[in-house]
Write a protein that binds this ligand. Sequence first.
Ligand SMILES: Cc1ncc(COP(=O)(O)O)c(C=O)c1O
Length: 411
Amino acid sequence: MKFWKKYSTKIINKKIDDALKHVIDFENNKWLGFPVSKLDPNVFFNNIANLGDAPLLRSYIANPNNIGCHTYGTSEEAFKGAQDLEKEVIDVLAADIFKAEVGTYDGYIATGGTEANIQALWIYRNLFMKESKAKADEIVILSSEDTHYSIPKGSNLLQIDAVTIPVDFDSRIIVESDLENVIIQQKEKGKKYFIVVSNMATTMFGSVDNPDVYAHYLNKHDCPFKIHIDGAFGGFIYPFSNDNSTVNFANPNISSITIDAHKMLQAPYGTGVFLCRKGLIKNTLTKEAKYVEGLDLTLVGSRSGANAIAVWLILFKYGPNGWFEKINTLLLRTHWLCKQLDAKGIQYFRDPFMNIVTIKSEFISNHIAHKYGLVPATHDETNKWQKIVVMDHVEIDDLAPFIKDLDSFNS
Ligand SMILES: Cc1ncc(COP(=O)(O)O)c(C=O)c1O
């Protein structure tokens, strides 16, 4: 690990204090031109002296705006402290977790997985348009049928077509012959440039696509392509649970990755992360953002610097070993659940490196699914699956009564 460490509470507090010294102090300084101030003291508790051990609350009160992308070009001087912590987060994620060479990446903390995925689509659409003079109707997005709905959303916003590839019902693996047929058909329809979204854990199943399968067939048919990894859910688990994972920047087929801190990392909402290789993010430069120092390369505009600090706090409180231990506890509980289901002959899907167990709906009554808050694949009578996500709050003691209830339904 080049960047990722575990810090004591004392060091963490000191580092946040030091960072907040480099964020506008609205109390004591008169910055006349900024349309922002600290959180309204008439409404919000803001006695910072009483928040010594609550560095995140102190950061929210300071209210830094991390607008822009801080791994590229210059940034607003007024919020430097929060930007620097964000850059440390990007280093940990890109270099330590996703195996990029130091300094070969850009990234920022987006509003969530949706924005980070759309940022990727936006970059590649513009890249193909600028460098290859592609027309919008010559570009197509490929992803599996289990892909998150942010991809059709992005396709609609960016006005580029999207096609889904069928997966095998039981294994959730992309059907390679269908992928090849789709590529051939899309070429026949005039598509020349392909944007792939490969999942590092789908929302419903936790299934992980092999990005190299896409690369293989696109190369075979001489199609220019870029591959984005949607690791919104799996990004904080899969790299730790699967030592042999090739879903990272050491894989030359992969150009960008989404990872959501507000899912597995239990950060506040508004902490999706977008990472890409250097040289790509310039394709979404909005040069008209003239009042922003360094202009803007991101989709969102103003965004919370305190949220970036929240992600920093979690990463550096646990450190790599603490996080590894936490993930393994969740996987242990998931193994336990699967063992119980196996013993009862209840059919389900589970990627062995993930903490999602998706049970075939014929083995669960609607009453049980509702009682235990399972999430269906679709909220109608066509539903075939119900999922359990073994998060921090889902303990074996919570799973045991569910298993007992399943027994009575299936006996
Ligand atoms: C795989 C995947 N991608 C993207 C998203 C979208 O994330 P967000 O809701 O943070 O925009 C989700 C959300 O569940 C997801 O599971």
